[in-house]
Design a protein. Structure first.
Length: 647
């Protein structure tokens, strides 16, 4: 028993000793009684952590490994909080005391790189972002991009790179780095539709397109002008449509060279030079159609063609010092080799301000020389200023040996000067002329002290038929000149008149064969139903109607002008100055005003008083009502011609 108790005691004591020994060992080695520290984790932004946010307990003086888990469009930025600075670069924290940290997450950002092409041509405005050339945009943000040119004539064309298309402004979703280029271009005008051949008087369209690169520019007003101010018809303005096209409709030009400018207020201009061909083919059925001065010059190249004047033409350019070296207009055909052989229908139009200064040349006029059958009609020349030497006329210098030629319904006004064979319309005339008239001053140019054959209508008329023509201007001459003709032979002249005065050149020493109607008549001329009213001044062979008459016939004509008679031996007469006698000069039923002429020379025309001449019953065998009229309110009460208007 004692053993058993002892054994039991020993057993209990041993166990107790064993427990105390083990507790001591635990205390000595730390054991489960080590101190604890608390780690508090918080989160700001889109993300989480491991350990998860909240409070966690760890043994004192141990390291805790941390992890950050950002959401899809976020990024971890840094640790913050009271102890954020104790987190190591490898995301560990030492728990030697309680710690409190915060994980900071931020939204992702991406670079937006913008380029401009061409450089300095414009810029891109990015809404809500500063303009620093490179933008950092948060992931998922949409930006509005607006391309803006630097100049009025420059336009945005398109985007390239990570953004394409022509929309402007445009929205862009930022999900990664973006590289884009805004392309600009200067707007350019281009002619994109025009006819290959442009003929005078034919309407056509021209299209102008405005593009900046390949981008059409709409709603731009374009103006059309001509550099020299030449007139044209059709649209003067047009506006571009959605395709950048402006159409100028129904344009019509006349022959010539044109310098067009298509211009805009902001986008510059484009020029177009082109020539317009003369319309027609030059035949009688389809004549060349002349509309302007360029067309007149075109006649020089086709002297044997047919022409029709379509519009009034101002020929003032011929007076410029630079035009033909100051000589003015070059007459159409100037010799037997280059004579004019065509036809001209003036179409009752007017050529004005024709200037010629060729005092040493022959065959001077709008037309220089004609020697074949031609036809000129319905043409008016006004305010001519023409100077030549020999065979000078406002319309034609000379029609010679062309008895089949016909000139009708033409007129000339202005000044014509020459030495020999000079007239307001013709220097020398043959063929048929009817219904023509002049209001010109014809001036003699003395060469070696003399000059001859000047007339208000023609200097010389030979082998011609002239009817229903008149001249109202003065003639300043030397030898053989008259109000209508200077010299007439072998011609038939009817129902014509002359109103201008006949004056002698102040340096002339001849001054003979001067008549109010014609200076010299010879070689079988027949003159019927004509009259003259101009005053006559000279030395010898002076007549109110004719200065010198031989081998010709005058019937039913009269004169009223004064006749200066410096000497009784000067062969002056109220109607005829000198005639060769009845065998060679026949004067029938012709009269002159004895009161106004200051002459009395019965036998070379019958004298009547002014009162008698204003009475139809005084005229023997005159056809009043058919050929003649008389009225106190017309032509100062003297008879006038039915078919030849009186001015």
């Amino acid at each position: 028993m004692k053993r058993s108790k002892l054994a039991t005691a020993l057993s209990i004591g041993g166990a107790t000793a064993l427990l105390f020994g083990m507790f001591g060992l635990m205390i000595m080695g730390g054991g489960c009684f080590k101190p604890q520290k608390v780690l508090t984790i918080a989160v700001e932004g889109a993300g989480t952590t491991l350990p998860t946010p909240g409070r966690h307990t760890y043994d004192k003086d141990t390291f805790v490994q941390l992890q950050v888990v950002p959401d899809k469009y976020s990024a971890f930025s840094h640790w913050a909080g009271k102890d954020g600075g104790f987190v190591t670069d490898d995301n560990r924290i030492f728990m030697n005391q309680d710690r409190s940290i915060t994980a900071i997450f931020t939204t992702l950002t991406h670079p937006l790189n913008i380029n401009i092409s061409p450089a300095m041509s414009g810029y891109v405005n990015v809404d809500l972002v500063s303009d620093d050339g490179k933008y950092n945009i948060q992931h998922g943000q949409t930006v509005r991009l607006t391309a803006i040119p630097n100049r009025e004539d420059t336009y945005f064309v398109n985007w390239s790179g990570d953004l394409t298309g022509m929309d402007n402004p445009v929205e862009l979703l930022i999900t990664s780095e973006k590289n884009i280029t805004a392309h600009f271009a200067t707007a350019m005008l281009a002619i994109t539709d025009e006819p290959e051949v442009i003929r005078a008087g034919q309407a056509f369209n021209m299209a102008i397109t405005i593009k900046a690169g390949e981008r059409p520019i709409p709603d731009i007003v374009i103006k059309l002008t001509e550099k020299k101010g030449q007139p044209f018809q059709g649209d003067k303005t047009a506006q571009t449509d959605a395709d950048g096209v402006a159409v100028f409709k129904n344009l019509m030009f006349y022959e010539g060279v044109y310098n067009l400018t298509f211009s805009t207020d902001k986008l510059g201009s484009i020029k177009k030079d082109f020539a317009v061909d003369v319309a027609g083919v030059g035949t009688a059925a389809d004549p060349y159609q002349i509309n302007n001065f360029y067309g007149l010059e075109f006649i020089h190249q086709h002297l044997d063609a047919c022409f029709r004047i379509e519009r009034d033409i101002d020929a003032s350019a011929t007076a410029a010092a630079s035009y033909n070296g100051g000589k003015g207009w070059l007459p159409l055909g100037q010799s037997t080799v280059t004579s004019f052989k065509g036809q001209i229908d003036g179409n009752n139009k007017t050529i004005s301000n024709l200037y010629i200064n060729r005092p040493d040349e022959e065959y001077v006029g709008f037309i220089g020389y004609i020697q074949t059958a031609v036809h000129i009609q319905n043409l008016n020349l006004t305010n001519v200023d023409i100077t030549g030497k020999t065979r000078v006329g406002g319309l034609v210098g000379a029609i010679k040996d062309a008895t089949a030629s016909l000139v009708e319904n033409c007129s000339v006004t202005g000044v014509v000067r020459g030495n020999l064979f000079t007239g307001g319309m013709f220097g020398r005339l043959s063929g048929t002329v009817r219904d023509c008239h002049t209001d010109t001053t014809v001036e003699v140019i003395l060469v070696d002290g003399s000059a001859f054959n000047h007339g208000g209508l023609a200097g010389t008329v030979a082998e011609a038929t002239v009817a229903n023509c008149y001249a109202v201007g003065n003639v300043i001459g030397d030898y053989t000149f008259g109000g209508l003709f200077g010299n007439a032979y072998d011609s038939t002249i009817s129902q014509c008149y002359a109103l201008g005065d006949l004056e002698c050149h102040r340096l002339s020493t001849v001054n003979k064969e001067i008549g109010g109607f014609v200076g010299h008549i010879s070689n079988g001329c027949l003159i019927t139903d004509c009259f003259s009213c101009g005053d006559v001044d000279g030395r010898r062979e002076l007549g109110g109607f004719c200065g010198y008459l031989i081998r010709s016939t005058i019937e039913r004509c009269y004169s009223t002008g004064s006749v200066t008679n410096p000497s009784p031996l000067a062969n002056c007469g109220g109607f005829i100055g000198y005639s060769s006698g009845l065998a060679e000069a026949i004067i029938t039923n012709c009269y002159y005003d004895v009161d106004t002429s200051g002459c009395s020379d019965t036998g070379k025309g019958e004298p009547m008083t002014t009162a008698e001449m204003q009475n139809a019953e005084s005229y023997n065998e005159w056809s009043f009502g058919l050929v003649w009229h008389i009225s106190q309110s017309v032509n100062d009460g003297y008879p006038y011609l039915v078919n030849t208007p009186i001015e």
